[in-house]
Ligand binder design. Structure first.
Ligand SMILES: C[S@@+](CC[C@H](N)C(=O)[O-])C[C@H]1O[C@@H](n2cnc3c(N)ncnc32)[C@H](O)[C@@H]1O
Length: 476
């Protein structure tokens, strides 16, 4: 036994342990914060790099869970971290905050044991922030680990009765203005089911990892053929072309996807393309337009459906790099198609040329928060009015592109009322010779679509992104 007076040899400098999963997760969060990177694009490239250096699949899965989980619950974690430090959150360096959030996620939401979550995060802090800041991280994580998530939320969220939107914003990790906009829209579409339970179910669904949904492109592969090669696959709920993969399903290695016969496509997006394709048109049905086609999910389904009917598709996109993605998505389409790079508000086609026209306009993306976990923190309330003029112009131009008797679909991946009904109402007030079509019968079997004629899908009700669709017919 050593005597208390014995002089200890100085501890050799200890290198932080290598922990590829947490390093990758930290780098992804930094890229999202510093460079406005999209998690779903930056993470795969960081994982590929780490896998080349020997990272295994388990670590890759952990890194993925850490990045998506932390980004989704960022608002809740921020409120908890703020309660554990004695200065305003905005005065904490962003890289330190990222490490703290990663630690909070492990402690409060994963099954990683407390001691492992703290020690691994402190090791990460040593590696990426240095010894001094690692001590701060250690102290804050120990405070966080004093309670579980429910207890923390009770402490840091204002009571629902005092301020319902603030309460929901903290509990369900959404900016307050997003809670407010989603609730307004839910009230418009589901007037009988827009109370506290409904909004909580919607916000909760936004924080769930969506299952991977594939589309079996008609004429190229069938749902049955896809399911034969994918034992874990289930038929989709609404679209006859949809197949869902159980959690963790990896679409990259599927032959049909590599060969473009199938694609990854949310069922809401499939339903929009199907409704447009199945809307009745009088007379010829030969030429279809997708006026905002990039990256090409709906265009590829429309192209395949058009081919089955002997029609051709023109897929138009303003951004050249996105037009290239459209060309890739349509490659091998069984019928005729053309991909063009064009501004839909200055059409490269003659008025009245098309039998069917889709404009899936640029929008806030508030309907795809399940997939783009960082989007809710990046978007600002002030962004919303900025989309309006282009959305209106694209819809006007789509109406002109359709021939008399032809149909037009206006779609957004946002349920924000300012991007959906308000746009269509405005345009219809000033455009003559166009009428609503009831879109609901064209989404056969899909419940809870509201009172029509347009439809709004919801993650908590339909398991899809919150896509909006209005169908119109040109009458004169
Ligand atoms: C919501 S995305 C379309 C998604 C696509 N329909 C799909 O399913 O893959 C909107 C697209 O419109 C394009 N866009 C924006 N402004 C445009 C314009 N003035 N004319 C044509 N396309 C435009 C954007 O670059 C973006 O690719």
């Amino acid at each position: 036994m050593s005597t208390p007076s014995a002089k200890r040899a100085p501890r050799p400098h200890r290198r932080p342990k290598k922990d590829p999963a947490r390093i990758v997760a930290f780098r992804a969060l930094r890229a999202v914060d510093e460079r406005d990177a999209y998690a779903n694009l930056i993470l795969p490239s960081l994982l590929r790099e780490a896998e080349q250096k020997g990272m295994d699949r388990r670590d890759a899965a952990l890194a993925t869970e850490l990045v998506y989980g932390t980004l989704r619950l960022q608002g809740t974690y921020d409120a908890i971290i703020a309660a554990c430090i004695d200065r305003p959150l905005r005065e904490v360096d962003p890289p330190v905050l990222d490490v703290l959030s990663l630690g909070a996620h492990q402690l409060l939401t994963t099954r990683i044991p407390t001691h492992a979550a703290v020690s691994a995060t402190v090791e990460l802090a040593r590696a990426v922030l240095g010894e001094g800041r690692a001590k701060f991280v250690n102290a804050v994580l120990r405070r966080i680990s004093a309670h579980d998530l429910d207890t923390w939320v009770e402490q840091v969220a204002p009571p629902y009765e005092e301020d319902a939107e603030d309460h929901l914003a903290v509990v369900h990790s959404h900016p307050r203005w997003v809670v407010s906009a989603l609730w307004d829209s839910l009230g418009r579409w589901q007037p009988g089911a827009c109370g506290r339970t409904a909004i909580e179910e919607l916000l909760h669904a936004d924080n769930e990892r969506p299952e991977v949904t594939l589309v079996a492109r008609p004429g190229r592969v069938t749902v049955a053929e896809l399911r034969e090669t994918l034992p874990q696959a289930q038929a989709g709920r609404w679209s006859p072309y949809a197949v869902t993969l159980a959690e963790g399903g990896e679409p990259g290695g599927i032959d049909a996807i590599r060969e473009n016969r199938a694609g990854v496509q949310d069922e809401g997006s499939q339903l929009v393309a199907l409704a447009l394709a199945n809307a009745p048109v009088e007379g010829a049905d030969r030429l279809w337009l997708d006026g905002c086609a990039g990256p090409g999910g709906k265009a590829a389904l429309l192209g395949a459906l058009a081919a089955e009917r002997g029609a051709a598709l023109v897929a138009s996109e303003r951004q050249p790099h996105r037009a290239r993605l459209v060309a890739r998505a349509l490659d091998g389409n069984p019928g005729p198609y053309t991909v063009i790079t064009a501004d839909g508000t200055r059409p490269a086609w003659r008025e009245g040329s098309f039998d069917r026209v889709l404009v899936d306009v640029p929008c806030s993306g508030l309907g795809a928060l399940r997939r783009r976990p960082e989007a809710r923190w990046r978007r600002r309330q002030d962004d919303i009015p900025g989309f309006g003029p282009l959305q209106r112009e694209l819809l006007r131009s789509a109406i002109r592109a359709a021939r008399v008797g032809g149909v037009i679909g206006y779609a957004t991946c946002s349920p924000h009322l300012a991007e959906t009904r308000a746009v269509v109402d405005d345009v219809l007030r000033s455009e003559t010779g166009v009428e609503w079509i009831d879109a609901r019968p064209l989404l056969a079997g899909v419940p809870a679509l509201g009172e029509g004629p347009d439809v709004q899908l919801w993650p908590h009700l339909h398991g899809t992104d919150a896509m909006y669709l209005a169908l119109l017919r040109r009458t004169a």
